[in-house]
Each structure stands twice: as structure tokens, then as C-alpha cells.
Design a binder for this molecule. Structure first.
Ligand code: ZN
Ligand code: ZN
Length: 332
């Protein structure tokens, strides 16, 4: 099964966040002010995901007044199961993107079916369900067994990262992909206090236009990548080929992450290339990223052809990452 490669898709790139709170729930800014905040940051879209309230464009009345460019407001919601409903006794938080209408709180029942009830409720209202901040919630592979119909997980959640350092769910994502859960990874702020937990995690979507419908349908198709800093400019992979070409903003490592003991990484620095990684060469023919302090802007990564999945992950000099979705998922 081949998952979409947004770098091979037509359209334009739009950047935004898919998880943010306003004064409608526990956020510090009104919907109007939050949208203006993101407009000044240069964001193209924002999904408002207040707890138990489907906040949307109708709550935003002066969105674009005096701001640099229009921000597309996507109606969203965040719901959660009761504490004690996961393997470690915590709860699931689930965002619904493009959801139409409120979702009632459901108090009875525990365990995975309760999370399933909310995933189904989001889908019945036309939305996409995303498992929010799974590392913060303490979710493990067991919590995803039997759960289905959700789009993916937040591979990066800035709010839980700045609070307690549990924002990066890369490891859990690999566990899921390795065990046959073919889920996508999005990057979000989960903004509550703009300036503290905003403009730190985002999703870059390859969509036909900046309308909410186009952005949501591109997300549904997997045409996006997640970032907490670096820009991924191109990922070139021909289905059937064992070579992936990556171009990105300057980073200290470029990795093809795959299932156990497979994959390849190129690191900046003199001894930085693994067996499966090749350096780009500058116009003068000099290999890139070898000199002290010099970063990488691309790599050629070689696969074995036996990978179950491969995703690209880059990390900049500050340790900030960007993540593509799995490029392909082989036979289970
Ligand atoms: Zn939450
Ligand atoms: Zn939240």
C-alpha cells in the first residue's frame, strides 16, 4: 500500500495548526484574537478545537481585519474519555477536525470502546479524528489495539512539550506503523497561552487552494507533513525504487526511519554518513555537510526494499524536527 506523497501532488503549500483553544474553553484568547495572532505569524489555517465545543468560523467575526493575509478557520473540537480508560489509567484526548456540531460527553463505559465511540461520533458528524498528544496521555501500543477509523496521531504537540517534555510521539508512531496501524502524523500547537505554546508545531498541507474544504480533503488524503522547525522542500521517491532524495532547510540529520533495524541516516559532520546514505555535492563537487558546523540541505537515502514502511525525519541544529508521513507501507 502506498500512502500519498504530498511532494509529488499538485497544489500549493499551506501551513497551519490543527489544535488550538480559545476562551470558549480554557484558552487565553478569544477566537478573534487567536486568529489574528496566527495571521501575524503567517499561518494559513487554524482549527479551533475547544474542549467539548465545536468552535468554527461563525465564532470568528473580525478574522482578517488588519492582518497580513486571510486565515482559514476550520471547525474543530476536542473530546476526551474518562480517566482510567487506557492501559495506564489515563484518558484519550481526541480532536475532531471539520466536525459539524457538538458531541455529547459520554460518561458510561471504560476502555478502548469508549475512545471508539468518540472516534465514531466525530466521523458521523463529517469530521476526522486525531488521537491528541499520545505521549502526554501515556498511551501505549495496547491502547490502539482494536481502535479504528481515526486518521492518525499528533506526532508533535507543542503545549505538552513546553510543559513537561512529552510532546514528541515519534517512538509510539513507529511502534504503531510497525504493528500494522497505518496512521498519519500531524504537528500541532495545542495552543492555550499564545506566545508560550503557539507557533511551535505545525502541519504543512499540499492543497488545491486555501479553502477549508480543500485543506481538509488534502489532510484526509495524507498530503501533508508535520514540523516543529525545519522545512522539507522535496521528497522524491519513485514507487518501486529503493532510493529517496530529500531536500530541506539546513539540518544536522536526515533520516529514513523504517521498521526495526532498517532505515538510513545522514548526519552533518565528517563521519556522518551511514551505509545507506549519500551526501549531496556542491557545485564545486565538494560533499556537503562535512566541514565543522556545516549543515545538510539534502540527502540520498538507500533502502533495502524490505521495509514495511519508511518515513523521512529531519532535525535541525536546535533539535527541532520535521516528519513526513510514511511514504509506503509494504505487505503486512
Ligand atoms: Zn488534550
Ligand atoms: Zn487541547
Amino acid at each position: 500500500m502506498i500512502v500519498a506523497n504530498p511532494f509529488a501532488a499538485s497544489g500549493e503549500w499551506f501551513r497551519g495548526t490543527l489544535h488550538a483553544h480559545t476562551t470558549v474553553s480554557d484558552g487565553a484568547m478569544t477566537p478573534n484574537h487567536l486568529i489574528a495572532h496566527y495571521a501575524y505569524a503567517g499561518w494559513d489555517f487554524v482549527a479551533l478545537t475547544d474542549h467539548w465545543h465545536a468552535t468554527g468560523p461563525s465564532e470568528v467575526t473580525v478574522t482578517n481585519t488588519g492582518t497580513p493575509h486571510p486565515v482559514t478557520v476550520i471547525r474543530g473540537i476536542e473530546v476526551n474519555t474518562e480517566n482510567g480508560s487506557t492501559a495506564t489509567g489515563s484518558s484519550y484526548h481526541i480532536t475532531g477536525l471539520g466536525v459539524d456540531g457538538p458531541i455529547p460527553r459520554r460518561s458510561e463505559g471504560t476502555g478502548v470502546p469508549s475512545a471508539q465511540w468518540y472516534v465514531d461520533a466525530i466521523r458521523e458528524r463529517g469530521g476526522m479524528a486525531v488521537i491528541a498528544h499520545p505521549y502526554w496521555s501515556g498511551l501505549t501500543l495496547r491502547d490502539f489495539e482494536g481502535l479504528h477509523g481515526y486518521l492518525g496521531i499528533e506526532v508533535y504537540n507543542a503545549d505538552t512539550d513546553v510543559h513537561i517534555g512529552r510532546g514528541d510521539a515519534s517512538l509510539l508512531w513507529d511502534d504503531l506503523l510497525t504493528h500494522g496501524h497505518n496512521v498519519l502524523g500531524i504537528g500541532v500547537d495545542d495552543c492555550h497561552r499564545p506566545g508560550y505554546d503557539s507557533v511551535r508545531g505545525w502541519t504543512v498541507v499540499r492543497a488545491a487552494d486555501r479553502s477549508g474544504e480543500a485543506i481538509l480533503s488534502a489532510i484526509r488524503a495524507g498530503n501533508f507533513y508535520a514540523s516543529a522547525g525545519p522545512e522539507i522542500i522535496d521528497v522524491h521517491w519513485d514507487p518501486g525504487s529503493n532510493v529517496i532524495q530529500v531536500q530541506c532547510s539546513p539540518v544536522r540529520s536526515i533520516t529514513a526511519v523504517a521498521d526495526g533495524m532498517k532505515g538510513a541516516r545522514l548526519n552533518a559532520g565528517r563521519f556522518g554518513a551511514s551505509l545507506g546514505a549519500r551526501r549531496r555535492r556542491s557545485a564545486s563537487g565538494r560533499p556537503e555537510g562535512v566541514l565543522e558546523g556545516e549543515l545538510l540541505t539534502g540527502a540520498e537515502l538507500h533502502l533495502t526494499g524490505r521495509e514495511r514502511y519508511v518515513r523521512i525525519q529531519v532535525e535541525d541544529a536546535h533539535g527541532h524536527r520535521a516528519w513526513t508521513n510514511p511514504l509506503f507501507i509494504g505487505p503486512v
